[in-house]
Design a protein around this ligand. Structure first.
Ligand code: 5GP
Ligand code: ZN
Length: 115
């Protein structure tokens, strides 16, 4: 675990977070600066810098993160109205934390294309 990675430290319990889900491969927390009424971050337990770094053996993890996102959307009551699952990748993609995560955003209409 990189000791300087914010999300690794949250997963390890070294830093506080509002956790909404946890299993052997995924941890979900509420975003500290929510951009929508529901804004949850789905974190891989394993440190991977971004989806660009996902190797062959970790591919199932991406599907798993999306499935957990769908499950949490239902639990949050935003599934029916619709929601968005987002991965920001790299500088132009708007990624600010280099640890694999999917944003679950919902509870309001989303614009397209994103800014
Ligand atoms: P990115 O910009 O890399 O796609 O997403 C990183 C997200 O992490 C941002 O939405 C940001 O608000 C959130 N974030 C940054 N620091 C913290 C923190 O300490 N705790 C939590 N829960 N979220 C954080
Ligand atoms: Zn990490």
């Amino acid at each position: 675990m990189p000791s300087d990675c914010l999300f690794c430290r949250i997963i390890a319990g070294e830093l506080p977070a509002s956790q909404v889900f946890s299993d052997e491969s995924v941890v979900a927390i509420r975003d500290i600066a929510p951009r929508a009424p529901t804004h949850i971050l789905l974190l891989s337990r394993k440190h991977i810098a971004s989806v660009s770094q996902v190797g062959e053996k970790d591919r199932d993890l991406i599907g798993k993160m999306c499935a957990v996102g769908a499950e949490l959307a239902a639990r949050e009551g935003i599934a029916e109205g619709g929601y968005r699952l987002v991965m920001n990748v790299g500088r132009n993609g708007g990624q600010t934390v280099d640890h694999l995560h999917v944003h679950l955003l919902g509870g309001r209409p989303m614009a397209w294309p994103p800014g």
